[in-house]
Design a protein around this ligand. Structure first.
Ligand code: ADP
Ligand code: ZN
Length: 722
């Protein structure tokens, strides 16, 4: 028997496999989708069995061993991987690897194994009762009494000499058992009764003949409750469900709602788990012990065999697109998987992406709308503050109205959330004498001052230096900090409201495992009055006591040179506003901006998604952006500025010469951040309509640039940002 193996090395030919002979003793165990260990030159490599054949033209070596008892990738996933690799022009092996948890990757020597514990139990009840009446040892008596009540107990609960003695007398026996690192109680709360609007939406979803449904429900309209009803039905039909959520920061609340009802039928997959915990959760799925998976992007690959539904919550979220290779989009993957399983995809959002909404308007997706908040709570009033006016009065961080409102909520013992999309203390440091700005030595980006650690940091390459006061350029002036970050907001709020209790949630305060949950739980139980955070706090969280939300600077995203900047601003403001007034207490939102007339801010203020959509879609049409055109983003990078620029020009010329009629080639231009870690970046944008034709063009470009060691060409089909 001969097998083709896809080894753990990336080759230029993206699906290159190697043939090996299977020694006769192993033939029985060979199955497609299992991993094997093979000799490769002088190394030993792991690889996936892709094909079983009878003949090969080459002289072959034998495989060393078979790694898996069961295939870890089934036929559906193996095929899916091929489609993803083709569409995203990336290596097949990298797709297969991103389908699996880290513990399965050979290159990472985690050495994670199932956790096995030893239990003890009584060999015979009558025998042990006899013994109990005779023995004088108090400790032995205790142990036997425990086991009479409980059947089995963990061995390490008792002192080893006691256990040993009873084992030797054959009073007790021991047994090994696999336990999971995340263990759920088997409790089950009833599902809530849906209100009439939710019921109508649910029925429309169930009766739809379309494969994809866009559930556009305002924040707090009860989408999550609908998800639970849908999933309930799916698992009653013995099928399985996947729920994708954008990021770990909002999973604690959703997970606890699901666990209250579905208890131990759920596996959780997200980056907040340790590798070992992930491994266990994955095994629960492989062994068929759970029928629901909740997780971030990569959970879309959960190895279920009979999927009934895939739900993508907050479908507009950028986290569903992987920003490194393979640059797949979980929504596309979900649609492919559901086609295979004849299942439905539900995309849920209060602010759907322009692309998704356009598709629903065209009739490709079913559009289901929910316009009322579930518990009759009203949408909050939104006030826009023109910071140009505030600056005139000397207020650069907080407007008068925001401070008055914070004060009012503190007095009423209600809660406040303040959002600023910039971590650290300040945005940049500038010399008050020569005007030079402190930049990262490796990147074309300003350094951010972090007061807590006393460091100036680069948010791109991680470079850090101790804080300096004197200007390193003119050696005379003082460096002053400009712009504000979350650390600064926290410090200023503390000064103004010294008695308030403040929490901060951003990357810097949540690097430790479990710190998200901790902050969320503290705020939920009203151990703090004010939660300050980056966009991490904008989505999904449900705090009934929050009646004021302040957006410190709505312009951070608006000013990005990206065609989606208005859309992202609208989403951020709407989502953040959605955190206010979710219970019977009325909510208010204050948005501080230097662009008070901007359309995205004003539509968000009026909770008018459709108004925003109608305005934005016109712009997209005029400028030939998605959804009217797809985009391929080509990034060319290299160590030498001139060589990289020249090669970029050559690539652009080739694309212009060989493009099909419906393509538009733009560039090369310098990337937003032109230098990162001493590598220069240029970009070319190709707008296209036909997927086959762009693949052909790009594949040719890959072949042409492949042997050029001076530059690297990176391709992103339908990038999430430019
Ligand atoms: P969304 O996911 O659309 O933002 P949620 O599902 O979180 O909305 O619901 C918002 C709030 O309304 C939650 O506190 C939830 O418990 C409550 N809620 C939702 N549906 C119902 C219902 N049918 N009956 C009572 N309360 C509900
Ligand atoms: Zn840097």
């Amino acid at each position: 028997m001969i097998i083709s193996v896809l080894v753990e090395i990336k080759f230029k030919q993206k699906e290159k496999t190697f043939d090996y002979i299977v020694p006769s003793v192993m033939i029985d165990k060979i199955e497609i989708g299992k991993r094997v260990l093979v000799p490769f030159g002088k190394q030993k490599l792991e690889g996936f069995i892709i094909e079983i054949k009878e003949k090969s033209d080459y002289e072959l070596r034998e495989i060393i061993s078979i790694i898996d008892e069961e295939p870890i990738l089934n036929k559906e996933l193996l095929n899916l991987g091929k489609m993803i690799a083709k569409e995203n022009l990336c290596n097949l092996i990298s797709v297969y690897q991103s389908m699996l948890p880290k513990a399965y990757k050979a290159s990472i020597k985690t050495n994670i194994k199932p956790k096995v514990v030893t239990f003890i139990s009584l060999t015979d009840k009558t025998l042990s009762k006899n013994y109990l009446s005779k023995t004088k040892s108090v400790k032995q008596k205790e142990l036997i009494t425990d086991l009479l009540n409980k059947n089995k107990e963990l061995k390490n609960k008792y002192e080893s000499y006691v256990v040993r003695s009873l084992l030797s007398k054959n009073i007790i026996k021991e047994e090994k058992e696999e336990v999971y690192r995340i263990y759920d109680k088997n409790e089950c709360e009833e599902l809530r009764k849906l209100n009439p609007y939710q019921t109508e939406a649910l029925n429309k979803i169930k009766n739809s003949e379309k494969d994809v449904i866009l559930l556009n429900g305002i924040t707090g309209s009860g989408k999550t409750e609908i998800y639970m009803h849908l999933i309930n039905e799916v698992i009653q039909n013995n099928k399985q469900a996947i729920l994708l959520v954008p990021e770990i920061s909002l999973t604690p609340q959703i997970i606890s709602r699901f666990k209250n009802h579905f208890s131990n039928k759920i596996a959780i997959l997200h980056s907040g788990l340790s590798n070992a915990e992930r491994y266990d959760e994955y095994r629960k799925i492989l062994k068929g012990e759970v029928s629901i998976v909740i997780g971030a992007r990569s959970a879309v690959f959960a190895p279920f065999k009979n999927i009934g539904i895939i739900i993508i919550d907050e479908e507009h979220s950028t986290t569903y697109k992987q920003d490194h290779n393979p640059k797949y989009n979980a929504i596309d993957v979900a649609i492919k998987r559901c086609k295979y399983h004849n299942a439905k995809v539900i995309l849920g959002s209060a602010t759907p992406s322009i692309e998704s909404y356009a598709r629903s308007k065209k009739g490709y997706y079913e559009l289901v709308e929910l316009g009322k908040r579930a518990n009759e709570a009203k949408l909050p009033k939104v006030k826009i503050i023109d910071m140009k006016e505030e600056i005139k009065c000397g207020n650069s961080i907080f407007s008068r109205e925001l401070l008055e409102n914070i004060n009012d909520r503190l007095e009423k013992k209600e809660q406040i959330m303040l959002l600023l999309n910039k971590r650290g203390y300040s945005s940049y440091l500038m010399c008050s004498n020569c005007g030079e700005v402190l930049k990262c030595p490796n990147c074309d980006i300003t350094l951010t001052y972090h007061k807590t650690s006393g460091m100036n940091r680069c948010h791109y390459c991680g470079y850090a230096q101790n804080k300096v006061d004197k200007c390193p350029f003119c050696k005379q002036g003082e460096l002053k900090s400009f712009g504000i970050g979350t650390e600064r907001v926290e410090e200023e709020i503390k000064k103004i409201f010294p008695n308030s209790r403040i929490l901060r949630m951003d990357i810097d305060t949540t690097s430790k495992k479990g710190s998200h949950e901790k902050i969320i739980n503290l705020f939920m139980s009203h151990k703090a009055d004010i939660l300050i955070g980056t966009q991490m706090i904008s989505k999904g969280l449900d705090f009934p006591l929050v009646t004021l939300v302040g957006v410190i600077n709505a312009d951070t995203i608006l000013n990005l040179p990206d065609f989606r900047s208005a859309e992202k601003t609208f989403q951020l403001i709407s989502q953040t506003s959605g955190r206010a007034g979710r219970s019977n207490l009325e909510g208010k939102v204050i948005i501080q901006t230097f662009n008070p007339d901007n359309y995205s801010i004003n539509y968000a203020k009026n909770h008018d998604y459709i108004g925003f959509y109608n305005e934005e879609i016109k712009i997209r049409k005029n400028l030939k952006y998605p959804p009217y055109f797809f985009i391929a983003l080509l990034k060319i990078s290299g160590k030498e500025f001139n060589i990289s620029l020249n090669e970029s020009k050559k690539i652009s010329d080739y694309a212009k010469k060989n493009k099909s009629e419906d393509m538009i080639v733009l560039g090369p231009s310098v990337s937003n951040v032109s230098r990162i870690n001493n590598i220069y970046y240029f970009q070319i944008i190709i707008k296209f309509r036909n997927k086959e034709k762009i693949q052909e063009l790009l594949n040719n470009l890959i072949i042409i640039t492949e042997n050029n060691s001076k530059i690297n060409l990176d391709i992103d089909i339908n990038p999430i940002s430019l």
